[in-house]
Every structure is written in C-alpha cells, then in structure tokens.
Design a protein around this ligand. Sequence first.
Ligand code: PHE
Length: 446
Amino acid sequence: MNETLERWSSRRAFILAVTGAAVGLGNIWRFPYITGENGGAVFLLLYVAFVALLGLPVMMAEILIGRAGRRSPMQSLGHLAARAGHSRHWRWLGLFGAFTVFCILSFYSVVSGWSIEFLISAINGDFVGQDAAQVGAGFDAFLADPWRMTFNHTLFLAMTMLVVAAGVTKGLERLNNLLMPLLYLLLLVLAGHAATTDGFGPALAWLFTPDLSAVTPTVLIAAMGHAFFTLAVGACALMAYGAYMPDHQSLPRAAVGVAVLDITVALLAGIAIFSVVFAQGLDPAEGPGLMFVTLPVAFADLPFGAFWLSLFFLLLLLATWTSSINLAEPMVATLQGWGLRRGRAAAVVGVTVWLVGLLSVLSFSSLADVKPLFGMNVFALVTTIPPEVFLPVGGALIAVFAAWVLPEAVSRHALDAGPVGFRMWRTTVRWVSIPLTLVVLISGLI
Ligand code: PHE
C-alpha cells in the first residue's frame, strides 16, 4: 500500500485524537485501584517518573514511526525497515500490538458495561442515601449476575463495533472533544468538594508522602505498566494516528501536552476517590470495584448529586466508547489489510472479543476460582499481563526500531523538534527508556 495523503485537519485535531485514546478507564477506573493496591504515594511517584522517562519518549517513538511510514502500523514497520536495509519481519510487531489491544478490549468492554449499569442506577436514583458499604453490596450482587453483566458487555461492544464497521468515528470524535472538557470540569468540582470533607487530608497524605522503602519489583512493574497503559503506548495504536499527523508539528510538544492532561485527570479522580475511601474507612486496596463503590458517595453530598452522578457516568461512557473504538481499529485495519471487507472485519473482531470477554464476565461468578496462570483468574490475568508485560515489551521494541533501526535523517524529520530536541529524545530513548524498561521487566519476571 502507498503512503496515505490524508492528514488531521489541524494540529489541534491531532492532539485531541491522541487525547481521546489516552484518557479513558485508565485514568478514572484503573489508576485509583492500582494505586490503592500498590501502596499509594510510592506508586504515584514511580508512575509519574515512568511517564517522563519511558511513556513520553516511547510515545514519541511510536507516533514518529507512523508519521515516517504514513501507512498502517504493520505496513509502516515493514516498509521503513526494508528501506533502511533491515528485515521486513519488523512488521510482526504491528500484529503483536493488535493482539495486545485485543486482550485489553476484552476486559475494557466488560468494565464499560459496569458503567452502563451504574448510569442506569444513577438515573433511577438507586444510590440516594446509600453509604459505600450499601453501594458495594449492590455492586457485588451485580457482579454475581453473569446475565446482566453479559447483557451490558454485549451492548457496549455492539456500540463500539457498529461505529467501527460504519467508519463514522469522525462524528463521534467531534462529540467527544466537545463534551470531554465537561468531564474534566466535573472531576475538578468533585476534587474541590473533596477538600471540604474529612477524608481529604488523609487522602493527600496517602497520595503524596511516598515511603521509598516500599519499592518492590511488583510495585515497579505495576507503575511501569500503568504508564504505558494510560498513555495508550506500546500497542502500535498511536502509530496508526501518527500516519495522519500534519507536517510541521512538533511531536514532543504535542506528546507532553497529552501526558500532562492525562496525569491531571488521573490525579483529580484519585483525590476524589481516596477522600471517600478515608472518610468512610474503606480499604484502598479494595480492587477493581474501587471507583464504583466510591463515586456514588462522592457525588451524594453535592446539590442535585444524583443528576451529576448520572451525567458523570454518561460522560465516562463516552470517553470509554472512543477509547474502545481506538482499541478496535488496529485489529479491523489488520484484517482489512488481509483482504476482508470492513464490515466483515468488524464482525469477526467483535465476535471474538465478545467471546473472550465472556471469560472476564464469568470471572466474578462460575469461573472465579479457575486460575489458569500465576494463581490469577481470567479477569485478573487480562487486566494485568497485557498492560504490565505486553505493552512494555511492545514499547521497548518500538523504541529500538525508532532509535536504532530507522536512519537518523528519517527519525529526525518525523520528530520535528530541531537538532537539539532530536538529540535529547534519541539519547533518552537509547540510554534510559530501553534499558530501564528491560531492567524493570526482568526484575518483575524474577
Ligand atoms: N489509554 C486508554 C485508557 O486509559 C487505554 C488504552 C490502552 C488505549 C492501550 C489504547 C491502547 O483508558
């Protein structure tokens, strides 16, 4: 396939598209519970450090490859490698990325289904007057009902695949860009309101006073994995976006903007959620249900709380909807590259993801104790291994490709950051990002 001539309509459009991929369940659902499970401040500190040292430079590497290749990820990798005198086999990295997003989408859809459930409950006013324990009991009853969960998972995945099949993602992106500031605003109000509650002081202490003696390989690997996950880096998903990046736009500047926004959203969600945790004496390490049992309580004291809670879940669903469309796109594009028509490709991807997603659904009932690997059930496996192992492995390979395989002239042109910016980026990737990723991965494996 030849170079695409399509470009995002403006620099801003490119940044908004990358933000759409980055901001999602990772910030509002995954960040708080993983932080809670990994000791709070020490995790937060490492995660921010990893975003700066690994996430950002590798994000630039990934987008740069797409921009230089101007093709689908597999084709860009194969084409650029061949032109530089390297093996075309590099293209399989694109397939590995598609496999990674496949695993991620299988649980992403299930958890987004939980948001559908909470949206409906919030609209019905079910949470009015409930404390966290009562919300938690309702949530557990929901998790124990595979039929309801399957229904929501099916609904969400159908919503995603229909948009992908129709290829009308542009309109949805526009709606997303219009409404996301409202989600940020709601989070800001929520965090501000948290400052007036008893839980705020302990929450800040828990989030911002790290105890460095608590650093373990588990915490390191969790923090690294989350840095990749939240930025959507390591699965060649952003590479696909790079192909449409306009000429004359500094890549580092765009990437830093996205990362700052991404961390800010996570922090606001964290402050709001942990304030409730400490005010109500909950366990920060409660797990994947953390966001769901705390947010209804966080909104309860606000005037018209039930309304704002409903709006919040609606906006969250929109954010996860666009993220999941981004997750599905690389797989559909790969199948299309193999000659399938778009609608067929979307159907194949949808059905397979749906089936694998059922294993996550059942992980809360009949398959709860079926632990195929590392003593984890399927939901625990798919929420852990792809973010913590596949994304860093993919990210390291992407970084090697951009900083060692590509000729300097090509990567320098695609980074578009001037000679000094380019040297800083390449030195960081070569001597910090790649070795650090490998060291953390290996320490985690041992
Ligand atoms: N970054 C997305 C989120 O935070 C998830 C994602 C991961 C999207 C990997 C694409 C690729 O929700």
